[in-house]
Design a protein around this ligand. Sequence first.
Ligand code: HEM
Length: 499
Amino acid sequence: MDDQKKKLTTAAGIPYAENENSMTIGPRGPILLQDFILHEKMAHFNRERIPERVVHAKGSGAYGTFTVTHDITKYTRAKIFNTIGKQTKVFLRFSTVGGEKGSADTERDPRGFAIKFYTEEGNWDLVGNNTPVFFVKDPKKFGDFIHTQKRDPYTNCKSATMMWDFWSLNPESLHQVTILMSDRGTPYGYRHMDGFGSHTFSFINADNERYWVKFHFKTQQGIKNFTDEEAGVMRGKAPDFAQHDLLTSIDNGDFPKWSLKIQIMTEEEARNYKFNPFDLTKVWPHADFPLIDVGVLELNENPDNYFAHVEQAAFAPAHVVDGISYSPDKMLQGRLLSYPDAHRYRLGGNYEQIPVNRCPFMVNNYQRDGQMRIDGNHGSSPNYFPNSFDDIVADPAYKEPAWDLRNQVADWYDRNAEGENDHYTQPGNLYRLMSETAKQDLIKNIVNSMSGIDGPKKEIIVNRQLCHWFRADMNLGMAIAQGLNLNLQETMKHMPVQV
Ligand code: HEM
């Protein structure tokens, strides 16, 4: 054999003599058990699949850089933002939400926009969507909501009945549903959409003062969407449209970019604002909280292996770094627990050691052992704290200012109680702001989708949802009712809430 060629080996590095024919007794006889290479090949193949993400299973990812262009150090001491011109490596994974790992990229769905910033003070994960709001306000509702976006337990098909039943029973979803049903629900790949941190987060500055913050990533490629028809055609023609579009643009040196902007609210402003600034179904109006420039995010490197980097990427909203922290947004609070739990199930307890997830700067702690421990397990250094042998310490300088919550009563508070139950103003405003074409597309998309509601509860579900559309905007409600060929007089009589 030519010595220049690489030898084919087993996983243990033992060179193979034969890779295509199993060892048999005579050319027509049975296979010998001792051909362990056959077992190894088959056994490894049988274990190739890991569980797909329970949501956001279909996705694409790339590495890139975040560059600071403006000074925001008066709001945050986070080192990532401390100097204009500073660059930080990032990994970004885009995704659809409801479909399986092999589903089509142009489904009507929100899009995930999950960023891992490899900062010198640990990995900061901002796990957002292409929409600034979400369907529900409390994490207890998340699993129920997602079930309605997945397959019906009997038909094993997607079900417009389940979706609209849930949405109509949860009018807090109306804002996000309006965005989803607009052409923003079918973006033209991943490069032509904005990204949002969505939740309210907090910033802490060098004087230990807290500000509330929202993150916005504005696409520099311009917003571009498919119409419902175009998205439908693309589902058949190029189901991996967005993956191909992102990959080829980076391969061709056409690096997609987003401008990072923030909105800032003081603690005092938050206490007095006209609605709950920690409610994920609402946006902060730009007129009250204008966008502030921060920097530019660029994707410029395709991972050399999809599974290694994109499939094994694990993001967690709990992962914030000094100068950036949480808020009392209930959805964010729920997500802090959920993601690392999902990763331990999907990837194993040592998932932070997988190269795409590993902090490239430092990891010092007393966590040891477990399956697939591959980082040397901290060698011979002590595995308990405190000890007299190493000099690893917890640093109180990272402490945040105390939270004055002004309430000490634990209870199950109604998220939609008086004062928290305006589900209609913001979606109505959004509709009224749309161009005439965008309005017509929205109406058409809603009518198409609601036409799929069927079964014995059809009338109740349609009427209940129609009532929400009317309350958002009378003209919108009328247009949808007409599109659904409903007799308005008759429908009004059945409305659970009079409009
Ligand atoms: C209580 C509410 C929520 C819960 C319990 C939840 C739970 C989950 C879980 C379990 C995963 C799969 C993680 C994995 O296996 O890697 C996931 C993925 C994801 N979620 Fe959520 N989620 C919630 C709300 C949200 C919201 C509000 C957003 C956006 C604003 C969001 C954005 C994402 C994204 C982008 C991913 C995919 C991350 C990736 O690319 O790996 N989720 N979520």
